[in-house]
Write a protein that binds this ligand. Sequence first.
Ligand code: SF4
Length: 213
Amino acid sequence: MLPEKDRKMVLKILADIYGDTTTALEFDTDFQLLIATIMSAQSTDDQVNKITRPLFADHPDAAAIASLSLPELEEKIKRVGLFRSKAKNVHATAKILQEEYNGEVPRTRAELERLPGVGRKTANVVMSVAFDIPAIAVDTHVFRVSNRIGLAEAKNERKTENQLMENIPENQWSLAHHWLIWHGRKICKAQRPQCDICPLQQYCQYYKSLEKG
Ligand code: SF4
């Protein structure tokens, strides 16, 4: 794990590069953010945006999505991976929101995680992006990049999340989630991290291990 002074430098560099960046998912409302995030499991944000643009144009809210039949919804999202299970979850979630929350998205983790297709990661994204509640959603990029750098040293997402919450000031949790995602997309890629152009090189534990090896 990185020492505190190095953690501070890493966060400062990430803040300088990625600033106030946010999710690449396109949405106009909290409901659309929730649905897009459910659909993003094991799919890229670009793929999801291509599906949700026409979907939200015609069916922008819980009532409209709930009014579709399940086969109709499947047809509309069939180009995204796992579309059958995602359609089932999106449809059921829209119905619950419409029937129990007047079409609004609830704010608490317990209420969010009760919705079909919403696990801890999706709840964290919605809480932080929609409601400004500090949270760190650990997706594949956040997991890989934070453990390479040494902001965390954990074998699973939940432990990584806990360590990141300890190692990053609470007022930076939500931003740091986006910084790590963007760093993972642009530089610290899964297969070939571009360490030669990475500004975190001198602090990164993975890079130091390569140098030693
Ligand atoms: S130095 Fe390499 S492994 Fe470390 S954060 Fe940068 S790209 Fe990723």
